[in-house]
Design a protein around this ligand. Structure first.
Ligand code: UD1
Length: 352
């Protein structure tokens, strides 16, 4: 079976690494990079470090408004599907690249498989939520990371083609943590000691496009009782300039981190402050307390077990929760690290 995989943004590269390896044992894979992320540190470095095969197609779409970016991808992916005639199109997560890949395939009557199906924040103001819902509703095979995701789909009447596989990010993390320990020198490079610092990431539109929210978050960081390592996404860096925000002296602003450095800094952090979905889950798996700079999350299991807390952009709550630390119960709620193998097997059963 020819599987056409569509990726484009940083978290998708991490997810596709183990899946692609599993797929290529039994299928022919054509890898399409939409070009949604194009900076070396958001894209190429992940292909290099995770050993992802070079994309067969690079669509070079780049940045733009949602309509422009998604529309360009839709047209370009359609052309590739027309040329390659795949048996299935595989998409990941919830970005504009995900929706464009799924929609292009569905309109051409090519079956769509969605990795990380069924996630819901129930907040339609998040572009990712719109992407999730629409992608799931035009997918033929839905690979759910959690039982909650399966239930979310059932509540929307989606039950056919739904598989509980576990989360491929667990596969990626398990595979790469030993390599990170061996190869990353991030702690010594930054002069940090284990549990002697916080790690922060902020890139969601809800925080970056609201000057009051971004200011409140940065003020909270300035009040924390330890250094805050803050790898800054390019969109957030642009907003610092636009809103004239200068990070405080205890905030160590660094470039976006390669995966091995991120895993190392995350596992050594006293707590992580983030608005990323993937980081909330990685923190849970690594048993690091997480303070989520959002009002909702699609990874509710992390809250139920006590490792994560939602604080929005409220400075006092951010400081109180980060310094409190937290922690809780722990189980393999996100799977056993063999999700990628299951996905490859299910695709094999599906296809000719
Ligand atoms: C996208 C996803 C988000 C995901 C994130 C992972 C959507 C709607 N959002 O957000 O779900 O969590 O990726 O990082 O698809 N930019 C650069 N260089 C790049 C890419 C982007 O400078 O390589 C800047 C540009 O100013 C661009 C802005 O970042 O306009 C936003 O990029 P975009 O691809 O629209 O969304 P992300 O914020 O990266």
């Amino acid at each position: 079976m020819k599987v056409l995989s569509v990726v484009g943004a940083r978290p998708q590269f991490i997810k596709c690494a183990p899946v692609s390896r599993g797929l290529r044992k039994v299928h022919e894979e054509v890898l399409v990079h939409t070009g949604q992320h194009y900076d070396y540190l958001l894209s190429e470095v992940f292909f290099r470090d995770l050993g992802i095969p070079a994309p067969d197609y690079h669509l070079d779409i780049g940045s733009g408004s949602h309509g422009v970016q998604t529309g360009r991808m839709l047209a370009a992916v359609e052309e590739v599907i027309g040329k390659e005639e795949p048996g299935i199109v595989l998409v990941y997560g919830d970005t504009n690249s995900t929706l464009a890949g799924a929609l292009a395939a569905a309109k051409m009557h090519v079956p769509v498989a969605h990795v990380e199906a069924g996630l819901r924040s129930f907040d339609r103001r998040m572009p990712e939520e719109v992407n999730r819902v629409l992608t799931d509703h035009c997918s033929d095979i839905l690979f759910c990371p959690t039982a909650t995701a399966v239930a979310n789909l059932a509540a929307e009447g989606v039950t056919a083609g739904v598989h509980l596989t576990g989360d491929v990010m667990v596969d990626a993390l398990r595979e790469n943590l030993p390599l990170a320990k061996e190869r990353s020198t991030a702690l010594t490079d930054l002069g940090l000691s284990r549990k002697g610092y916080y790690l922060a990431t902020v890139h969601r539109a809800g925080n970056t496009d609201d000057p009051a929210a971004l200011r409140a978050i940065m003020e909270a960081f300035s009040r924390l009782d330890a250094p805050v390592v803050f790898p800054v996404h390019p969109r957030t860096r642009k907003k610092f300039t636009e809103y004239r925000i200068t990070p405080a002296a205890n905030v160590r602003v660094v470039e976006p981190l390669p995966y091995f450095d991120m895993l190392t800094l995350l596992s050594g952090a006293r707590a992580v402050l983030t608005d990323s979905g993937g980081v909330q889950k990685e923190a849970y798996i690594l048993e690091v307390p997480c303070v989520t700079l959002r009002e909702n999350t699609e990874w509710v299991e992390t809250l139920e077990d006590g490792w994560n807390v939602l604080v929005g952009a409220d400075a006092d709550r951010i400081v109180a929760e980060a310094e409190r630390g937290g922690g809780g119960r722990h189980s393999a709620r996100f799977g056993d690290g063999h999700a990628a193998a299951r996905i490859a097997a299910i695709i094999r059963e599906f296809g000719p």
